[in-house]
Design a protein around this ligand. Sequence first.
Ligand code: G6P
Length: 368
Amino acid sequence: FYVDKGNYRHFMQKEIYEQPEVVGHTLGAYVDMTSGRSRLPGEVALDFGAVRRMALSACGTGYYAALTGRYFFERYARIACDLDVASEFRYRESPLDGVDLALFVSQSGETADTLASLRYAKAAGLKTAAIVNVPESTIAREADAALPTLAGPEIGVASTKAFTCQLTALAALSVRAGVERGRISGAEEAELTRALSEAPRMIAEAFKLESQIEAIAREMTTHRHALFLGRGSSFPLALEGALKLKEISYIHAEGYAAGELKHGPIALIDETMPVIVIAPYDGVFEKTVSNMQEVAARGGRIILVTDEKGAKAAPVAAAATLVLPDMPEILTPIVYAVPLQMLAYHTAVHMGTDVDQPRNLAKSVTVE
Ligand code: G6P
């Protein structure tokens, strides 16, 4: 296939901007928008009714999507989730006792470690499912249930739209699973799917932060390191935000669970350390804010990503605050991913790196 950059400077930029559309398409496969009922796409046969424990595995950005999936599945469906990067899962010889379903996440559907993990799970007699963006890929063909993301071809090596589509599929599936397991009422299902249907509009709102992000990115180029903090479902986003920044700008970045700050990374904090704090006004907001205060007390340069309520409630002044609209909690990982992508993108553009083809990286890693 041939995909054109159109009027965009890079594929990554184009793919960031495609997100409202492709997230909407992906959601349409998992939610009947007329009735507000969650559903499985097309011919997929998958029953969550008897699933009590799931093993999730993937590589790279797909792994961070899976890690976010754990928050969705544990919260909305009360399914316990084991998580592994695929390169560990395939060799760890985990006994997999009590695991009812193994779920894999892959954009390409060809990543060697993820494929090997899928085969390992199948050989262990587990039922398998895979969220895959390329329907004719090996992983999509070999999984018992192939669950599509409708992101379209992703060319930029750094994954953007595939990630938010994976999150969308995972969120909607967790609602479906909650219904099938009797953990979610019809009214709650309707409320959650209505919330999810707001994703494209909220992502478009995030785009409005672009000029502010560009200015932050310009400043970011003067730093050698950056720290990303988040709690709850914002923790995987901290990891993904750090991955995006390091892979295309080559600035060393680490993502941490905010609560782990005092167990190590706080030693790094001084005036030269930018700290990106991802803190929607949710159930763990106050806790994240107390970590933010610890950073502020040591002179760290805080870039706060929050919503209107959070911006009002935050007691410390950040060097920069990116304010998204208030939104239902199930949406925050999908929407908050976008400013982090834009931050990495603009930093890389300012640095003059090869944004779509960063050094040493491949779009799909088909060898071990
Ligand atoms: C490579 C890509 C990443 C991707 C990872 C997993 O590292 O550069 O963007 O997240 O592989 O790929 P997959 O196709 O399995 O999602």
